[in-house]
Design a protein around this ligand. Structure first.
Ligand code: FES
Ligand code: FES
Length: 159
């Protein structure tokens, strides 16, 4: 089909190939082509953070990123956080602190939180609030999300 190109995306350590138009976003590629539906679509306009994933360790809004542009990079989604049966410490902390209600924003919060810890922006509650401000939560779980990230920071986990 004209306009369709083969793309190779390395997601959670596995190289996946797919046919897609160059205008396909990373978010749609993950959800609709690769069946990785953990990454959520909220606004599709870069305003809610529900679609946050890591590209080479840095958080990006996958709704604003073209899949074709990240072909040779390491992409990590929420499906890649746990190691087998073992939850990522931040996933466990979200459970410990009730860091979610409906759960729709949670994958994005987790990915942003992992980056926030790695960036060294989780040293105080205020810093976490500031550096997590791109991730909206309609349910208002913010205090519990901050508490979860701070617990992991205080445990000495560096990511
Ligand atoms: Fe990407 Fe809202 S869906 S920022
Ligand atoms: Fe419902 Fe955040 S837990 S939107």
């Amino acid at each position: 089909v004209e306009g369709v190109t083969e793309m190779r995306l390395k997601v959670n350590g596995t190289v996946r190939t797919m046919q897609a138009e160059p205008r396909v976003t990373l978010l749609d590629a993950l959800r609709e082509r690769l069946d990785l539906t953990g990454t959520k679509k909220g606004c599709d306009h870069g305003q809610c953070g529900a679609c946050t994933v890591l590209v080479d360790g840095k958080r990006v809004n996958s709704c604003l990123t073209l899949a074709v542009m990240v072909q040779n990079k390491e992409i990590t989604t929420v499906e890649g956080l746990a190691k087998g049966e073992e939850l990522h410490p931040l996933q466990q902390a979200f459970i410990d602190h009730d860091g979610f209600q409906c759960g729709y924003c949670t994958p994005g919060q987790l990915m942003s939180g992992v980056a926030c810890l790695k960036e060294g922006h989780a040293k105080t509650d205020d810093s976490v609030r500031e550096w997590m401000s791109g991730n909206l939560c309609r349910c208002g779980a913010y205090p519990n999300i901050v508490a979860a990230i701070r617990q992991v920071e205080q445990s000495g986990f560096k990511g």
